[in-house]
Design a protein around this ligand. Structure first.
Ligand SMILES: Nc1ncnc2c1ncn2[C@@H]1O[C@H](COP(=O)(O)OP(=O)(O)OP(=O)(O)O)[C@@H](O)[C@H]1O
Ligand SMILES: CC(=O)N[C@H]1[C@@H]2OC[C@@H](O2)[C@@H](O)[C@@H]1O[C@H](C)C(=O)O
Length: 378
């Protein structure tokens, strides 16, 4: 493709840990990453977070969902209006519920509203078509990880491990020429990552997370609990496979008998062990595991990962990427692919029956006189 086919796209992601919205500009032709641009972040206020948290596990039409969607749209509009120059927006929204084999998948936030407010075309609802076509609807970052591996100019396989609320791993063979080529990618959710640690911290200490893994570092891991957790059938399921944020919420009951520090150490060990177990499903051991997402900032978790994995483990920064923004950048990249009619998932990333491009492109009609000013202050 010619460089003139390149688009500056703005991606936005509101992740499972409900901390806030990440946004990032990226220039791409839908294949290569040509340039990384400006980034931004807008944390949710406590009130906003409460409205969204109250709607977790709910589906369109359920009580509280419209209110949560309005918060999500408002916060995104505020943050994204601070960026200039985007030709296209990739809006992930907030996953409220994910049940690909049952009810479907639900990302709250309407891209049509953002397209009007920001007067820019918006690609959104990235996961529904994939689920309708028999896929897991997640993870979707793998096609972007493939482009990242190409940018690194490496030949041997590498893995990207995202440690957000949930963990997800992408194994990439950069010797392949296309992400949906046979053997190019294998991706799936690894298990719980920060979500149970955060829930524990909130339950016991009214803190959002275990900063720098300090509490976990003071405790002892209950190996019996870790071992018994690893017997869960999810770890034996052949990928692709995906998780809902609350799929392992009963984990807190498992550690209820432990002191705070031991409980934190045990949940951190569970996050590390489930990520390490993911390597067993990979076609070959990668040359290294590049860790992205907030979990890379937890030294206790990173040390446990290094001890459990048979290959080097490092934050994605070591390869020149921004681990706080990789997901936002991924949705900028995927938006361009959708707008160009390219694929965004395939059998080895979501298990979808045929490679597809999932996402709706909504262009501003100019008919609705919406203001860029948020309608409500939370
Ligand atoms: N300094 C730190 N020490 C320990 N943990 C941290 C630190 N910084 C961030 N985290 C953890 O990372 C989490 C945020 O990670 P991230 O922003 O990747 O999540 P997310 O994008 O919401 O999730 P997902 O990728 O599952 O959608 C925090 O909730 C916290 O648990
Ligand atoms: C359904 C859903 O929103 N899944 C998220 C979640 O957060 C991490 C993991 O679970 C991953 O599967 C996915 O997000 C990333 C961005 C993805 O789709 O690649």
């Amino acid at each position: 493709m010619l460089k003139s086919d390149a688009v500056w796209a703005l991606g936005a992601m509101s992740g499972t840990s409900l901390d806030g919205v990440d946004a990032a500009l990226l220039q791409t032709d839908g294949e290569q990453i040509l340039e990384f641009g400006e980034t931004g972040y807008r944390p949710y206020s406590e009130a906003e977070r409460e409205v969204i948290a109250a709607a977790l596990g709910r589906w369109p039409g359920d009580e509280g969902v419209e209110e949560a969607a309005e918060v999500i749209e408002t916060v995104h509009a505020t943050l994204l209006s601070e960026f200039g120059d985007a030709e296209l927006i990739g809006f992930h929204g907030q996953t409220l519920a994910h049940d690909p084999r049952g009810m479907g998948t639900h990302q709250a936030g309407d891209g049509r509203v953002l397209a009007e407010v920001l007067q820019t075309p918006v690609v959104w609802d990235f996961r529904t078509t994939d689920v309708e076509m028999g896929g897991e609807g997640a993870p979707l970052a793998p096609f972007f990880h493939f482009a990242c591996a190409k940018l690194m100019e490496i030949d041997a396989p590498i893995a990207f491990l995202n440690l957000g609320g949930i963990g997800n791993l992408t194994w990439v063979d950069p010797a392949k020429s296309r992400p949906d080529e046979d053997g190019a990618l294998l991706a799936f959710d690894t298990g719980p990552a920060n979500a149970p640690i955060n829930d524990l911290m909130w339950q016991r200490r009214h803190e959002y997370f275990d900063k720098d893994g300090e509490l976990a570092a003071e405790g002892d891991v209950d190996e019996d609990i870790v071992e018994s957790f690893l017997q869960h059938s999810y770890f034996y399921r052949v990928p692709p496979k995906s998780l809902d944020r609350n799929d392992f919420s009963d984990l807190l009951d498992e550690v209820a008998i432990l002191e705070d520090a031991d409980a934190a150490a045990t949940l951190t060990a569970i996050a590390a062990a489930s990520a390490a177990k993911a390597l067993e499903h990979c076609p070959r051991l990668p040359q290294g595991v590049l860790v992205t997402g907030g979990g890379r900032k937890n030294p206790t978790l990173m040390t446990m990962l290094s001890l459990l994995m048979e290959c080097p483990v490092a934050p994605v920064e070591d390869a020149g990427f921004n681990g706080d923004m990789l997901e936002a950048q991924a949705f900028a990249y995927l938006a361009v692919r959708v707008a160009k009619g390219m694929t965004t998932s395939c059998e080895t990333t979501t298990g979808v029956r045929a490679s597809i491009g999932g996402g709706i492109l909504s262009k501003p009609t100019g008919k609705r006189a919406l203001s860029k000013t948020p309608s409500k202050n939370f």
